[in-house]
Design a protein around this ligand. Sequence first.
Ligand SMILES: [Zn+2]
Length: 321
Amino acid sequence: MGVLWMSFMLKERMESEELMLLRLLKARGGLVDDSRFWNLEKGYQGEMLFDKWFSGVDGEWIVVNDLLLEHGGSLFQIDSLVIGGDRVYLFEVKNFEGDFLLEKDRWYSGSKEIKDPLSQMQRCETALRQLLSSLGYQLPIESSLIFINPEFTLFNCSPKLPIIFWSQLNRFCHKLLKQSASSGKLHARHSRLAEKLCELHMEKSPYERLPEYRYEELRKGIVCVGCGGMGVRHHYRMIECESCGSKEALDTALLRSINECRSLFPQIKISTKIIHDWIGETVSKKVIQRVLQINFSLIGYGKSANYVKETQRLIRTDIKA
Ligand SMILES: [Zn+2]
């Protein structure tokens, strides 16, 4: 009774736009740096695993994921911020795999030195503390570096460090539950803090970090929604992938392909002709035009006519000329 908040998710995690665009580029033969791509992909998978785990930790919290904040002129990123009754938890999630070594504050993967994730988290904590204080909140911050992958080992690690390994997650869950039970209820000021942090969240353009790519150089066709390959065939109103067997309604696949083109080339004017080319001329212009007309607004006349902004209408399968 009287529970105001129960594990309330204010800001859900979205796949980073950079990762989404890289995936599109990769499927179409763009020159994507594989290690950057897999780092992002792996990081995202790790964060999803963490979210799944945390959703099973009962208690009163407000969860705010994926924040990019600024304080004192520098940017800092938070994987997961959890507001409890008497403190704020900051979780930095790493999906590292394999054997790592910690030696005099230096981190090694094999013989290669890597960026110290602990000091990265501590910088983040300091910036967050200053930001919270500037907003009038003096809540203590409890930071944990979570290694979510069961295949991760860190040699030479002091047990005093704020690190949680996969094998410790159950015990960590019990600790959080205890703390939640004794921390008091959440109040309006907690939710105001969460809302304020969401307001301060900065969107960064993902395009700056993408490799160079040109429309002409990318492979044309419909990308399979299941495996990301391009071996799809279409039969009447369905498409089917020859490699993985995934099926998708043709209209949905077309709308998805149109949006992929819009995401990769925000400057391109969308027309039936462009989309016909983009999907490798695999579907008739008539069908493409129908999907465009239903989902987008047409502006301009004659040759300069183009489709803008997806409308909220659902895809219809019939349309009167
Ligand atoms: Zn497939």
